[in-house]
Design a protein around this ligand. Sequence first.
Ligand code: KIV
Ligand code: ZN
Length: 498
Amino acid sequence: MENRLFIFDTTLRDGEQVPGCQLNTVEKIQVAKALEALGVDVIEAGFPVSSPGDFNSVIEISKAVTWPTICALTRAVEKDIDVAAEALKYAKRKRIHTGIGTSESHIKYKFNSNREEIIERAVAAVKYARRLVDDVEFYAEDAGRTDNEYLARVVEAVIKAGATVVNIPDTTGYCLPSEYEAKIRYLFEHVDGIHKAIISTHCHNDLGMATANTMAGVLAGARQVEVTINGIGERAGNTALEEVTMILKSHADLGIQTNINTQKIYPTSRMVSSLMNMPVQPNKAIVGRNAFAHSSGIHQDGVLKNVQTYEIIDPHEVGIDDSSIVLTARSGRAALKNRLGVLGVKLDQGKLDMVYEEFLKLADKKKDINDDDILVLAGADRSLNHRIKLDFLQVTSGVGVRSVASLGLNISGEKFEACAVGNGPVDAAIKALKKIIDRQMTLKEFTIQAISKGSDDMGKVHMQVEYDHQVYYGFGANTDIIAASVEAYIDCINKFKL
Ligand code: KIV
Ligand code: ZN
């Protein structure tokens, strides 16, 4: 059995599909370049037929990246495949990822079809794609709930038709690890010609088993894993890249190697979290804030005597470098540039100057500036072209009194002001905002997160606001959490389709 495991990263496709995680093309290129430096083998760059933005991003990522294969998703539809091939034209190595649902419910309800017709459509799509590119991956959507005998027929047919990789997605995150392992083994035992293709896992985390299922698939012979940074993805997410790669590194006895430079894991995780406005849960394996924090006395004592008593991974192995994290008001442009470089962010001189200005302002308010602060600052000009901007905000609040806010907005160069009273400072500020922007909008979700630990810390606010039957996602970051909340609300409003 070949012991090299290919890492197929779908952060920019399955991950980016998550509401609120959308990136613009420049940000996607930034992530793609970080994935290249991390050492992934395949970058799934998008679903080109789905939107002009996705089409364009696949083109630009293809131009920007050299080593990884660039992959584009399609349905088993000729038009999709044509558009994907066109979007991939600049890729040095290209792959089309086409497929169709194979479970009973997909066949019956999604396609109103039957098993034989699905096989015909699958074969036709693979043959069509093979006329345009040499590397074609086929996905049997909902393979997790497809019976093994029929799945084996589909897999055999698409390999005969020229599929180079066959993806067995547990689309709904339903399988038990033992079931998923048995499924992959069944395919190896029953599909003629299976060794002509690479079998790939693609697991979702609805029941918290994505990584376990992926590992079960690998132990059964799969040699590609489809993963995302921080496990982001539809619903409960996809298998996390950092988990699979560190499992294989920690269990070197399995003898399965990847091309991942594990020291780039943490900076890549921070970059993706920051650009996608998707916080990483503190107890997330490998990249969570507490992943290496020993808090109980017994554990601290053990770690001080010998770190291996409670730590199976050295944090440096995943790129956590405590000594280099903190910058202060005395740090110069070069130190900032260097730190951004370590975090995978490269800025031109003009942008660096802007970020440095903001850095100095923040350093005035906050003693130590950490990696998360820097990443927020580097992304801060995302609101530069916004039509509506916060001009000023003053809030008075306290115990036993109602909060009062006065707020000014700049809307396309024109100034507006309003005051309001509310139940707490955020409520007062948002009421004042709504006096100026008089629309029927409802706050659906509101999360405040401190970036690290100090009371002078930057607060990040994620918001969802419903307007005209659509939910919009907004983000704000400020040392003043009331201002961050108003910024997040304004970020939502700027996205309204008016
Ligand atoms: O989860 C899934 O089935 C997918 C396919 C489109 C590969 O993401
Ligand atoms: Zn998926």
